[in-house]
Design a binder for this molecule. Structure first.
Ligand code: PEP
Length: 254
């Protein structure tokens, strides 16, 4: 099916110039599988994007953590998709649960952002995921399907979208989804894509897992057939991120 393993590092709202330089040095020294095996995308805060882009090894790329929903202009404090394209930033993370939950970003707003970012030539890591309450109520699949539907209704191609399944209860909590839980939701998302977009989109779109991924748990998760990589928060700031990138080898030997 040729879904290249994908590992994203979401630095969230962390770092000073000195810290950023240190982390990038570590990333640049790390021994990782070739670009044919794994695609690596690092997402620092906006202000560090040019620095990271300049210093980062050429086989790793950068992502912004958000962008504005439409053309820039009188929107104080926002960063537009046009600006990211202009800086040569290829990727953007949209719909992260910290924005959905804390800033009230709705499914429709996220869908609009995804469509606009794509229209400006950006590639998108689109995050979906349920809260603990929703999981316990048995509505996980309904929630992630509705989040995915709001994107599907607004885009004509999935070629530049990676879906990140990130259960809210697993993000930053140390409570990782079991490989079986991740596989189940990824497989349901693929079924949803097949039924509502096309079987081709379903079989080619990468669905990565995020939520307390570490060097210790990544290999077991990576071994699941519908887990195409990871979006990593906390551990992406640490040397163990290199080991998480290396978990791409699990797929190669599968
Ligand atoms: C994230 O921020 O997308 C994330 C998955 O965070 P963490 O790995 O820290 O749970």
């Amino acid at each position: 099916m040729g879904r290249k393993f994908f590992v994203g590092g979401n630095w969230k709202c962390n770092g000073t110039t000195e810290e950023v330089k240190k982390i990038v040095n570590k990333l640049n020294e790390g021994e990782v599988p070739s670009q044919d095996v794994v695609e690596v995308v690092i997402s620092p805060p906006f202000v560090f994007l040019p620095l990271v882009k300049d210093l980062l090894r050429p086989n790793f790329h950068v992502a912004a953590q958000n962008c504005w929903v439409k053309k820039g202009g009188a929107f104080t404090g926002e960063v537009s998709a046009e600006m990211l394209s202009n800086l040569g930033v290829p990727w953007v993370i949209l719909g992260h649960s910290e924005r959905r939950q804390l800033l009230g970003e709705s499914n429709e707003f996220v869908g609009d952002k995804v469509a606009y970012a794509l229209s400006q030539g950006l590639k998108v890591i689109a995050c979906v995921g349920e809260t603990l309450e929703q999981r316990e109520a048995g509505s996980t699949v309904d929630v992630v399907s509705a989040q995915t539907k709001a994107i599907a209704e607004r885009v004509s191609s999935w070629a530049d979208i990676v879906i990140a399944y990130e259960p809210v209860w697993a993000i930053g909590t140390g409570k990782v989804a079991t490989p079986a839980q991740a596989q189940e939701v990824h497989s349901e998302l693929r079924k949803w894509l097949s039924a509502n977009t096309s079987p081709e989109v379903a079989s080619t779109t990468r669905i990565i897992y995020g939520g307390s991924v570490t060097a210790a748990n990544c290999k077991e998760l990576a071994a699941k057939p519908d887990v195409d990589g990871f979006l990593v928060g906390g551990a992406s700031l640490k040397p163990e991120f290199i080991d998480i990138i290396k978990s791409a080898e699990v797929k190669r030997s599968a």
